[in-house]
Design a protein around this ligand. Structure first.
Ligand SMILES: [Zn+2]
Length: 625
């Protein structure tokens, strides 16, 4: 298991594994007298299931450790001309894939699941996980799997090796992003936006092909389509997930509508356009998909970089300070092996090899071997990132206990891990927290409204895009089998309805603008993970602020509070055992809701309403579905 932290983007590599069969066996024993209408009594059935689960879990742990070790070597020690490491990583990955996708494992899990009424919840949960793992490459349909992998490789190549041309010159994606971020000339913006979208044209057919192959691969495992398969990891079906996502979008809609109105007027002013457009032209926004508008404003805050420099703190201080933070809340100190085996700092310039520079947290053996790969430097960005990564590490450590089988050693759902890491990182950046550490002076004044505006332009706008446009489109693509002749038409209908954004000109089916978003091609049908993660983060943070700390959610200090460690630690310790909704309810007393997030931004709502007084609102008062 590995969590890669890429700013607001994280890729989750699915890997996990077990041990405690005692518990499963014990629970099952009590079921001996129920539903005994098969040739094998359920006592025997239960024992049979347990024996299968023990061997699966043990093999899974073993293969995960081998795969992680090979991957670790590959990313921490990159030497020119070295093909051994990548070959090893590939071989390990293949062993892992052959096992999780094996016909034998699939057939057994399927047969046992057919009798799930006679099994204990933890047995069923593990069998369902085994089916989910198998969905990545089931050998029951090896021809389609092979075609799918080839199609994915081909489409990914088209996407990442595309040559972007602007004004007759080849440009990088960074060049394009810079224009969209900084340029005030609308025509130059339009040219850059068109360049950004040009990669989609060659991806229309590949996307149609990928949709067909992805659906077919999981249909053999009794999932109706690929979106449904991905959602199954949450114990939900596609419609239940869409209902939840629409509820979240309904909740944030009043604030989104204010931001949308504010942004139209603000950008028209900035670009010197006298007529304010009814909908936001896509090329006006500082991000090509309109998923983050935060660059519209800049905020003078405190300069944590400068403070860390003045205090002469070094990189090791950053890591140990993050550890002290968790320990202050009652978590255990990091194991010695964490420091021995992790790769925490930039390589010296004289090093003969390179390393990957993205921050990531690793659960090597699904047990006590936890590591982090970072390139920590004494600055604000690494300070927050380190606090975030250790959140993942403590999550791993908490659920590595005998109550959690290896294959359930993961977050309560895919979104929990990121939610907790992000929450601990964010909390460590709040002013009272930094004040407590002596890093910021209490008398320092910050323009809190502008700061809140910037945060809303990032988080509320992103949430609308994640739960809205991206999820609605992928749902229609996979579950509703959206006709190939309507990919682009439908994409823009959804973008307008959900985000209030329109294309600068007619975009016909020679384009495929959805496919310009990398996740549509290479990380499909799980974009809602981001939405659920930020909603959960605000729910947990809200609970901690109000019920444990009795502090304002925007001004908290977690440091030294053992009750927080107790609250979160308990939630972490169950891993993936049980239903995540029940866990949320038990811990916070709430169902999933974006209300705490709205509450956090409430001072901004009144400010925006004042700014927007007398302005024309073009999004309907009630959100259109
Ligand atoms: Zn993370």
């Amino acid at each position: 298991m590995k969590y890669v932290h890429l700013l607001h983007n994280s890729t989750i590599m699915k890997n996990k594994v077990l041990f405690v069969m005692a518990i499963a066996a014990g629970t099952a024993f009590s079921l001996v007298n129920c539903g005994d209408n098969h040739t094998t009594g359920s006592g025997n059935l239960s024992a049979e299931v347990d024996s299968f689960l023990v061997s699966y879990n043990n093999k899974y742990k073993e293969l995960s450790a081998i795969t992680n070790e090979a991957q670790w070597k590959l990313l921490t020690h990159m030497e020119e001309g070295d093909t051994v490491s990548s070959k090893n990583a590939e071989n390990a990955q293949k062993l892992y894939a052959d096992f999780t996708g094996s016909v034998e494992n699939i057939e057994k899990a399927k047969a046992f699941l057919a009798k799930k009424d006679s099994l204990s919840p933890i047995q069923v949960e593990q069998l369902e996980h085994i089916m989910y793992f198998a969905g990545a490459n089931p050998m029951t349909d090896s021809v389609t799997v092979k075609d799918k992998i080839a199609a994915e490789t081909d489409a990914t190549k088209k996407l990442y090796e595309f040559k972007y041309m602007l004004g007759g010159k080849e440009v990088t994606k960074n060049d394009i992003d810079k224009v969209l971020r900084d340029e005030n000339d609308v025509n130059k913006r339009l040219a850059a936006w068109n360049t950004a979208k040009s990669v989609g044209d060659s991806l229309h057919n590949p996307l149609a092909n990928l949709r067909m192959l992805r659906n077919r691969v999981v249909q053999g495992l009794n999932y109706s389509d690929y979106f449904t398969y991905q959602v199954a990891d949450y114990g939900m079906n596609a419609d239940e997930m869409m209902t939840l996502l629409r509820q979240i979008n309904d909740e944030i809609y009043p604030l989104y509508r204010e931001l949308h109105t504010w942004a139209r007027y603000e950008l028209a002013r900035k670009y010197g356009v006298s007529e304010v457009p009814d909908y936001l032209p896509a090329h006006w926004l500082p991000n090509q998909w309109g998923q983050d508008w935060s660059d519209i404003v800049s905020v003078e805050g405190f300069d944590l970089d400068k403070i860390i420099e003045e205090k002469k703190y070094d990189s090791m201080w950053v890591v140990q300070q993050a550890e002290r933070y968790y320990v202050s809340m009652g978590f255990a100190p990091l194991p010695k092996t964490f420091y021995d085996k992790s790769d925490l700092f930039p390589l010296p310039v004289t090093a003969k090899y390179k390393k990957n520079n993205h921050a990531s947290a690793w659960h090597m053996d699904l047990d006590n071997d936890v590591r982090s790969l970072m390139s920590v430097q004494p600055n604000a960005r690494w300070y927050e990132t380190t606090h975030h990564e250790l959140g993942h590490i403590y999550y791993y450590m908490q659920y590595s206990n005998p109550n959690v089988p290896y294959i359930l050693r993961e977050g309560a759902n895919r979104a929990y891990h990121e939610a907790l890491g992000t929450m601990f990182g964010m909390a460590a950046m709040q002013k009272p927290f930094l004040e407590g550490l002596g890093l910021v002076d209490a008398s320092l004044k910050i323009d809190t409204t502008q700061q809140l505006l910037k945060e809303a332009l990032r988080y509320i706008v992103a949430l609308n895009w994640q739960a809205g446009t991206m999820s609605e489109f992928e749902y229609e693509l996979y579950t509703k089998n959206l006709p190939e002749s309507e990919f682009n038409k439908r994409w823009w209908e959804i973008v307008k309805r959900e985000q209030g954004i329109v294309a600068p000109m007619e975009r016909d089916e020679t384009h495929c603008d959805a496919a310009t978003k990398t996740h549509i091609i290479d990380d499909p049908a799980q974009y809602y993970d981001y939405a659920l993660s930020s909603v959960l983060m605000f729910q947990f943070h809200d609970y901690i602020s109000k019920n444990i700390l009795k502090q304002e959610p925007r001004f908290t200090n977690y440091y030294g509070n053992k009750e927080i460690g107790n609250f979160i630690g308990g939630m972490m310790a169950v891993g993936g055992v049980g239903d995540w909704r029940a866990l949320l309810k038990e811990k916070t007393g709430q169902e999933m809701t974006a209300k705490p997030m709205l509450d956090y931004f409430s001072p901004l709502m009144s400010w925006l309403k004042k700014q927007n007084e007398g302005r024309k609102y073009t999004l309907p008062e009630q959100r259109a579905h």
